[in-house]
Design a binder for this molecule. Structure first.
Ligand code: TYM
Length: 330
């Protein structure tokens, strides 16, 4: 079975629809056909200002949300990054393989550092830790949204470089990006990607929103003035984004949606989509609470996941240590 791996940051109380459609939905779908590793990247989360208590709790809530969304610890390995120390150990080695200029070209770093009062070296080396995450598990495919493509390219370059210098060590991974949902757009500003830092409170749809709040956000989504439900991402980004969401959650296609709403206005379309979204995501909040309520069981799942992950990670790390001339960890 191919090895699949992906991670998500615990940087807010709830994941959003972009996280789900761009990544988590694929994670869930890939569990049976692959050997999958999914994890909450709390070490990446401290590259921007954070409150320790809040971070700790958000990592739990993140894990519980993944379980509620269908990540199944019987069929994949689910863990929290900080419980597997090999990630930062390999990151150190990969950092010495990364060019300063190469790291400086990462657009996510440029975007994020522009928003921070204080930019840390940790934020700068973030993509190197991500490369370590991926390469430690000899990963074949990484299901992510479009915004991670550049980090995946860096990961591939580092794997190839290391293999060339030291001999075959790492599998060279491929990004797995589903075109239609690669970038879910902000509901209020459909030229931008959906993100928790949306300036508009209605722009970002959180998975733990109340169903009525979800309905309101969909119904107030920015569209355009020509009132035709037609797929045209370039000229009709708002409507096309809603159609992508509808197609994914309502198990339908753009063609069927166009046919169904031909001659009708946006009101009907948005009203129906609001119901699809509320019905699909409404139960996630209660399920997340259930997984959080059984603290011992959640700890058991995460500890078992981290143990399985370490087993794989330690093997790759030992190889890399040997290749560069280190002494093995004792
Ligand atoms: P993060 O936590 O920002 O986002 C998690 C996943 O959600 C995807 N995503 C989106 N997809 C479509 N439309 C959107 N609007 C949207 N917003 C976010 C992201 O592409 C991502 O797949 N650096 C990563 C976390 C990470 C990682 C890894 C991923 C750390 N190590 C190893 C893969 C493998 C990040 O910040 O994702």
């Amino acid at each position: 079975k191919p090895r699949v791996l992906s991670g998500i940051q615990p940087t807010s109380d709830s994941f959003h629809l972009g996280n789900y459609l761009g990544a988590i939905r694929q994670w869930v779908a890939m569990q049976d056909s692959t050997d999958a590793f999914y994890f909450v990247v709390d070490q990446h989360a401290i590259t921007v200002d954070h409150d320790p208590k809040v971070l700790h709790q958000r990592s739990r809530v993140s894990a519980a949300q993944l379980l509620a969304l269908g990540v199944d610890p019987e069929r994949c390995t689910l863990f929290i990054q900080s419980q597997v120390p090999e990630h930062t150990m390999l990151a150190w080695i990969l950092g010495t393989e990364t060019g300063f200029g190469e790291a400086s070209r990462m657009t996510q770093f440029k975007d994020k550092s522009a928003k921070q009062e204080r930019t840390t070296v940790g934020l700068f080396t973030y993509p190197i830790l991500q490369a370590a995450d991926i390469l430690l598990y000899q990963t074949d495919q990484v299901p992510v949204g479009e915004d991670q493509r550049q980090h995946l390219e860096l990961t591939r370059d580092l794997a190839i470089r290391f293999n060339t210098t030291y001999g075959a060590t790492f599998t060279v991974p491929d990004a797995y990006i589903v075109k239609e949902t690669a970038t879910i757009k902000d509901l209020a500003e459909p030229e931008k990607k959906m993100s928790k830092s949306s300036p508009s409170p209605r722009g970002c749809l959180y998975l733990l929103d109340e169903p009525n709040q979800m309905r309101k956000k969909i119904k107030s989504a920015v569209t355009d003035s020509d009132a035709e439900v037609r797929y045209d991402p370039e000229h009709k980004p708002g409507v096309s984004n809603l159609m992508n969401i509808y197609a994914a959650l309502g198990a339908t296609t753009h063609e069927k949606i166009e046919a169904e709403y031909a001659g009708k206005g946006y009101g009907d379309f948005k009203g129906d989509l609001a119901e699809v979204v509320a019905e699909y995501l409404g139960p996630i909040s209660a399920k997340t609470k259930e997984f959080l309520a059984d603290k011992a069981e959640l700890d058991r799942i995460l500890t078992a996941g981290a143990e399985k992950a370490r087993h794989v990670a330690a093997r790759t790390l030992a190889k890399a240590y040997k290749k560069v001339g280190f002494y093995p960890p004792v």
